[in-house]
Ligand binder design. Structure first.
Ligand code: ARG
Length: 701
């Protein structure tokens, strides 16, 4: 029965490592021995002819990799899809393989030019004939997969390769008789691993270790219960033996120097067609349009990176380069993804950076009803901080209340459709929620290199400052704060207790007193520390003047809380003349609203602290409404909360001693946020100093 199995091989007479197109070839140019290669090839041939028939195609001078017949094409039944090599070094092989298949009477399919696909190197039939596993990422393009499905009338499962050492699917993946699978999981991305695990039950998955993988153990020829390969570790042989497979080792070290082994050197040309299976490929494609300073701002790179990192692939259909410094460019890009899910993920990220999905004309948003109060439909579009518009009944409607991580709810009113960002918990049964990625666009301010250089808040870009630059940054922030105050604008401050520990309390108090702050957001801790310092001169029991702990000082903290609780609230403590200085004293005096959001670790808490977090979130949102600038002072938690509520366009200044926190907070993909890595007490003292240097024309004294 095995005699009906045929392989195609090509002798190693002209084999050589002549160029480098994969990492194995590096350092190996002209390093292989022709004699040893011929001998190893012959041994493989001998082994295979004991189990199957081997056909030969004539080797040709000048195409040394032709020995790897796995890359001739992909055969199923009497149909072949010819390879289109990615590298020009191998494209010379194409006509020779084509000729061979035509002479044998195969129906030959050729992919469009510029659509790389490397045959059975990147496409492996499940040995039960149920579907075709197809690789992409290095040599073969995802867009070739739908052609395979159509021409071979089979389901194609697309797998993304991630490790350049395993650049062809057959270097790390080998379907075996009876539905077993020999493979090296780290060569694939997480999504592909999930696909594999869904199709092949755990008991049938034989994952190899890296040591076997780099010896090309997965590059094996499987005939019934025999597996022919270069070499395998004892443990791998044992595992295979346990499930009934026998390993035949035949050294192929000379071919490893070119990045190939047993499987690469063969092409199975008898692949039975399974009549019950039919074409399907989950690959989806869509076209997007990008406009703006695509090169200048790096937008095009970011978009293409997003596609590839998200597991998709792209083809730039046209690119109109704006030639002057001020002119914008536009591009149309075809994006392909291995499945609908992956496509939607990639698309929503592209929308976030301002891409339009085409065709715009015909597409309204898709809406679905809220299935249950406070729950969005599964596929809901998750909002960002960027101004967003949705197309309803042919009209673009601006989304109100833009914020991060909401859903877009549409309601129809007498005046037309209203679109609003809503938190999940606020969704009502009458809301229609935007799902999918159709008919959504975000408006990103076009940023060219020039604009970035001249905008006031561009001094750091979205970067993080070093100590040396802190003074410079402070000068600019001071300038900005004064301008906002003089124009009657709004500055909100989020602050953590570190402000007090680092001696920044008096400076922040002064900023409030002098009218630079219009809202203060924090938690229980900053207020308790501030009040403890006002009442007792300590912060968590540390004497703030002398920097030493005070005997019994640990009680101060709770005594401060207790005092305010007795008064009824912070405001009442001020009124009763008990609290006479400090940040919160100044807030009360100046009528600056503050909000304290509670947490699990709060002592007391102060009567002002909102232990109902939903209430606190709503309160925060109210207080930052209309802010021109938000100053985030060493409180990651409160600052992240605030960042999510704040739409793009509001300037953010994030100060923290921990660079990671600063990077996280100021990474809004825009020039409007500035990170300052420094001690917050020092920062505030510099800021106050700088402000006092700037005399304002509107200021009395
Ligand atoms: N040097 C060849 C290349 O990089 C090796 C091909 C190996 N073939 C395979 N099916 N993995 O293209």
């Amino acid at each position: 029965m095995t005699s009906s199995i045929r392989f195609l091989m090509c002798s190693a007479h002209h084999y050589e490592v002549d160029y480098v197109i994969n990492p194995w070839m590096e350092g190996n140019i002209h390093k292989s021995s022709r004699d040893r290669a011929l001998e190893q090839w012959q041994q493989l041939y001998n082994v295979l002819t004991q189990h199957a028939t081997v056909d030969l195609v004539k080797p040709q001078i000048g195409v040394p990799d032709m020995v790897f017949t796995a890359n001739a094409g992909l055969v199923l039944g009497d149909t072949v899809v010819l390879s289109r090599f990615f590298h020009k070094e191998r494209q010379g092989e194409e006509p020779f393989f084509k000729q061979w298949f035509e002479e044998q009477g195969y129906t030959v399919h050729e992919l469009p030019k510029d659509l790389p696909f490397e045959g059975a190197g990147d496409a492996l039939l499940d040995r039960e004939g149920r579907w075709l596993w197809a690789g992409y990422g290095f040599r073969s393009e995802l867009d070739s997969h739908p052609y395979l499905a159509k021409w071979l009338d089979i389901e194609v499962v697309s797998l993304r390769l991630m490790d350049e050492r395993f650049y062809h699917l057959d270097t790390c993946f080998c379907p075996l008789t009876d539905g077993y699978l020999l493979y090296y999981p780290p060569a694939f991305d997480a999504y592909s691993n999930r696909l594999i695990e869904m199709r092949v039950p755990e008991a049938k998955r034989i994952a190899v270790e890296e040591a076997d993988a780099v010896n090309f153990a997965c590059n094996a020829v499987n005939i019934d219960r025999t597996i022919v390969m270069n070499i395998a570790s004892d443990s791998l042989k044992d595992r295979l033996a346990k499930v009934g497979f026998e390993v035949l080792e035949t050294p192929l070290t000379e071919f490893l120097k070119a990045g190939g082994a047993a499987k690469c050197l063969t092409l199975r040309v008898t692949e039975p067609v399974e009549p019950a299976v039919h074409a399907s490929a989950a690959v989806e494609s869509r076209t997007i349009r990008l406009e703006g300073h695509l090169l200048d701002s790096g937008l095009i790179n970011r978009a293409l990176d997003l596609v590839v990192e998200g597991g998709g692939s792209f083809q730039v259909l046209n690119f109109d380069l704006g030639e002057q410094r001020q002119s914008t460019s536009s591009a149309e890009v075809k994006v392909s993804a291995p499945s609908h899910d992956v496509m939607e993920k990639i698309m929503s990220q592209l929308i976030d950076i301002g891409a339009l999905t085409l065709p715009q004309e015909a597409c309204d948003v898709r809406l679905e009803a809220v299935p249950q109060v406070g729950v969005a439909p599964d596929d809901f579009y998750v909002t960002t901080i960027y101004p967003t518009e949705v197309r309803v009944n042919g009209e673009w409607v601006k989304v109100e209340g833009q914020r991060m991580d909401g859903a877009i709810a549409i309601t129809s009113t007498a005046g037309g459709f209203v679109a609003r960002c809503k938190l999940l918990r606020d969704l009502q049964l009458e809301d229609q929620v935007v799902v999918g990625v159709e008919g959504i666009r975000t408006i990103r301010k076009p940023e060219s290199r020039d604009q970035r250089a001249t905008q006031e808040f561009s001094f750091m870009g979205a970067g993080v400052s070093s100590e040396r630059r802190v003074e410079l940054v402070v000068e600019q922030i001071a300038w900005e704060l004064r301008k906002i105050r003089d124009q009657g604008g709004k500055v909100a401050v989020t602050a953590g207790p570190v402000v007090i520990h680092t001696g920044g309390g008096e400076h922040l108090s002064r900023l409030i007193r002098e009218g630079y702050v219009q809202a203060l957001l924090g938690g229980n801790a900053i207020a308790v520390h501030d009040i403890e310092q006002s009442l007792m001169g300590t912060s968590l029991g540390m004497d703030m003047k002398r920097g030493v702990s005070v005997r019994g000082g640990h009680r101060h903290h709770l005594k401060a809380i207790n005092t305010i609780r007795r008064c009824g609230s912070i405001a009442q403590a001020v009124e009763q003349g008990i609290l006479t200085n400090g940040i919160f004293y100044e807030c009360v005096r100046k009528g600056v609203p503050f909000s304290l959001a509670g947490s699990i670790r709060d002592d007391g808490p102060l009567p002002d602290t909102k232990m109902d977090l939903l209430e606190a979130q709503a309160d925060y949102a109210r207080l930052i409404e209309g802010a021109d600038l938000i100053l985030m002072l060493s409180s990651m938690l409160h600052s992240i909360g605030v960042g999510n509520m704040t739409p793009a366009g509001v300037k953010l200044v994030c100060v923290d001693i921990n660079p990671a926190v600063v990077t996280k907070l100021s990474d809004r993909g825009s020039v409007e946020s500035v990170g300052v890595v420094t001690d917050v007490g020092l920062f505030l003292s510099l800021l106050v100093q700088q402000l006092s240097k700037l005399t304002s024309p509107y200021q009395a004294a």
